[in-house]
Design a protein around this ligand. Sequence first.
Ligand SMILES: *Cc1c(COP(=O)(O)O)cnc(C)c1O
Length: 419
Amino acid sequence: MTLDARLAYARRMDRADGLAHHRKRFQGADGDVVYFDGNSLGRPPVSAIERMQRFMAHDWGGRLIRGWDEAWLQLPTEIGDRIGRSVIGATAGQTVIGDSTTVLLYKLARAAVDAQLARDPRRREIVVDTDNFPTDRYVLEGIAAERSMRLRWIRTDPTGGVTSEQLAAAAGPDTALVVVSHVAYRSAYLADAVELTRIAHDAGALILWDLCHSAGSVPVRADLWGFDLAVGCTYKYLNGGPGSPAFAYVREDLHDVLRQPIQGWFGTDDQFEMGPAYRPVRGIRRFLSGTSPILAMLPMEETLDMIEDAGMDAIRAKSIALTTFAIELAEEWLAPLGVRLASPADPDERGGHVTLHHDAMREVTARLWQRDVIPDYRDPGGLRIGLSPLSTSFEEVHRGLDATRTCLREVLAERAGLG
Ligand SMILES: *Cc1c(COP(=O)(O)O)cnc(C)c1O
């Protein structure tokens, strides 16, 4: 197809898009910037700006310390329950907003391996893959050192992810815990959550799902799929803002079995009695530690309004249409220049972003940023295009891929000139 026919197609898709009206609810989405990094830091919802001002003036400014009793103490579980209901398929009382993803990973993974070691001291292995997100790997290395355990590495293909066969071969009577990302941050590979959970359980292991790249982009059914534990970011597809706190899911029957390692006063049953000893409160609150970052929890509620309005199934359908369109343009325009797809071609195996490989992509990314086209770059040679379904249009995808072609041609021409 010619460029014009592709553009006409993009505009037709935008007109037919049932979620298109959400786009103008994001700050800057009507401007000239092509934003391909909503999977790293989502755009701010316009209503969050007002909400923050109102909160500063009336809630904080007017209610002062009374705000804690009147509303704020309940926010971590209130917003947690909304994420549970609307985003990750968890019934109430199992999801809470806590610390960063890194800290929540530590708390849940440490609690899980301690419970497993108490039950069976031979379970001294934690299974994780070599291409899992760095912080996940580092946290688990630390826990293994603290508890004299071993990491059992699954070697993943960086253009794919953890398969059932690989997990079945790695998990066994030595396994305490398995940690997997639902959507791989590099390739967007979508793991078979039902099957991997079943394999971990058959081996007698617990499984902790990292939902950072799926929450708000791919539907999750934590209860139905039998998850034990999960964590996820809120500043990616949930548009919570830089550093907004993460969520943790702990299946109800594990609450009493797990003892989390950062025991603080926000997780006790007598918080304001200032008692002599730590006594964990019943339920999901026991996974809290210290004072909750209330300001940083507000913007994500505006996105949750939109997700509840749109529904995760419609969001996923648009996500697939966006990534499919990006791949079609890449095949037509970029493959002849030597670019290859470093994400699964099958949409059922792909999350919300697309990674395109070429050894010139670092330079291409720098040029794109200068032109207000904002993807990101991941070694080796990966241009990562994150397509946030509520705030991205098909025309934006068209403009971004067109600019990528231009920049790649420039870089290749300069290289040829040098040679
Ligand atoms: C973004 C991301 C994180 C980030 O953890 P932070 O503690 O928020 O820095 C962790 N895991 C995965 C899979 C991610 O994509």
